[in-house]
Design a protein around this ligand. Structure first.
Ligand SMILES: [Zn+2]
Ligand SMILES: [Zn+2]
Length: 281
């Protein structure tokens, strides 16, 4: 267990791949054929595969790109990128492992054993740190997984709904234990669908769970993008009752000298500051 979370390894990468193969296998093997029979357009049926290609590319960028490793060669330039706030990030503090002075907003990742500029967190799913150079890909990757899960869930739910409507199940009746005729309710329909299409209903439940989980997580990261913070700063900032909205006015030359409050309320600008990689000297 320690190795899983505290050392770089490909376990979650393979698990991720396995879940994807199961969902896409089930979608292509069963749902796709039913959707064609129900008259779903071929464009709608192609979207999950397009999203898979987009997501795979973003995943590749997240996991393969250097998140912003602090090295002796780029250290001097990185020290100038962000200002120290002297609360969360103090001047002159050395990383005891890398033996380099920590630039503001950087953090040592214990899993990868390196200091990373504008460190957000270490993500076991992409097996890489999320930092200055790959945060934008990470946010887009989260949104792409959400879109993928949401789209397949909608297609699957539509297929099941069409099945219920076509079979006239909504107006059907059943005889209960007392021999009385009863109209079928939602619970009866769900039970019937589960018994008729067990794998499809199970997949739908899984996709809905993944969608809401990742939608919440994506919204959190979008919120962080808006306020221009990292997860690391957000969690630590709460303890310090600190709102570090002023952090990187030196980062964006076009914004320097303007009011941080105004800046941070401009959605596009804040998103741009988060989603754009930082280039060092
Ligand atoms: Zn370090
Ligand atoms: Zn890491």
């Amino acid at each position: 267990m320690h190795r899983l979370f505290h050392q770089r390894n490909n376990f979650f990468l393979y698990l991720h791949l396995l879940l994807e193969v199961i969902v896409y296998g089930e979608f292509s093997y069963e749902v796709f054929g039913f959707c064609v029979d129900m008259g779903t357009s071929s464009v709608s049926l192609c979207i999950p595969y397009v999203l898979l290609a987009v997501k795979s590319y973003l995943f590749y960028l997240c996991s393969s790109r250097d998140p912003g490793t602090l090295t002796k060669a780029n250290h001097t330039a990185q020290l100038k990128v962000y200002q120290y706030d002297e609360k969360l990030f103090q001047q002159g503090v050395k990383c005891s492992t890398c033996q380099l002075v920590k630039p503001a907003r950087s953090k040592h990742c214990r899993v990868c054993n390196r200091c990373v500029q504008r460190f957000d967190h270490h993500c076991v799913w992409v097996n890489n740190c999320i930092g200055a150079q790959n945060t934008r890909y990470f946010v887009l990757y989260l949104l792409s997984v959400c879109a993928m899960a949401g789209d397949i869930a909608v297609l699957t739910a539509d297929m099941l709904l069409q099945t219920v409507l076509r079979t006239g199940l909504l107006h059907a009746h059943y005889i209960d234990e007392q021999g009385v005729q009863q109209p079928v309710g939602p619970l009866f329909i769900i039970q019937h669908l589960f018994l008729t299409f067990p794998r499809i209903v199970f997949m739908l439940g899984f996709l809905v769970f993944v969608f809401f989980l990742l939608a919440g997580y994506s919204m959190f990261h979008m919120y962080l993008a808006l306020i221009n913070q990292t997860s690391n700063e957000w969690f630590k900032g709460k303890d310090l009752t600190l709102l570090p909205s002023f952090y990187d006015y030196d980062l964006l030359p076009e914004t320097s000298g303007q009011s941080p409050d105004v800046q941070n309320q401009v959605v596009c600008l804040c998103l741009a500051s988060q989603l754009r990689p930082v280039h060092y000297g």
